[in-house]
Design a protein. Structure first.
Length: 170
């Protein structure tokens, strides 16, 4: 069994519905989900603000590659188009970390770098992650410490919204 931390985001269409579709599809594999946060786009492309959340999920028999393929399938179902790097998208599902039997998996494969190489730079990943795991660790570093070390403008650009996601009771 592997436990995955997934970061989900969207800035096109029904943003809340796009995020909820991930929880609906994963069903009982979802252990916890963060509140939804509104964040400015990252990467310098002019586009609408994102809705982001982080979830923790378990799945028997699913390894890190299975999580990657599942995330790609969820993006395809949401009609994600990859035209511009860091551009607008209906759904983005990133595998941030994956652990087997409590041991964090490290992958240097260019298709699946684990832990996610840029997660430590992104408040929109770290802030919601702390909502679902106050003791989270990324590559040996405390997620709380990584978030605190980011520039204030990066941290302040992540604002919780009133809308909520619901774990599917499947």
């Amino acid at each position: 069994m592997t436990r995955a931390v997934l970061s989900i985001g969207t800035n096109l269409g029904d943003r809340l519905g796009n995020l909820q579709s991930v929880l609906d599809t994963l069903g009982p594999r979802v252990i916890s989900v963060s509140p939804v946060y509104s964040t400015a786009p990252w990467g310098g492309v002019d586009q609408p603000d994102f809705y982001n959340a982080t979830l923790i999920a378990d799945a028997p028999g699913l390894d890190e590659w299975g999580w990657l393929r599942l995330g790609q399938d969820l993006e395809a179902r949401a009609h994600r188009v990859r035209e511009v790097r860091w551009g607008p998208r209906t759904l983005d599902v990133d595998v941030i970390t994956c652990a087997r039997d409590g041991v964090q998996i490290v992958s240097q494969d260019p298709e699946l770098l684990l832990p996610h190489p840029r997660a430590r730079e992104r408040a929109f990943v770290l802030r919601p992650w702390l909502d679902v795991d106050r003791d989270a660790v990324l590559g040996g570093d405390s997620v709380a410490a990584l978030l605190a070390a980011l520039p204030a403008r990066e941290r302040d650009g992540v604002a919780q919204v009133a809308e909520r996601l619901a774990i599917a009771n499947v």
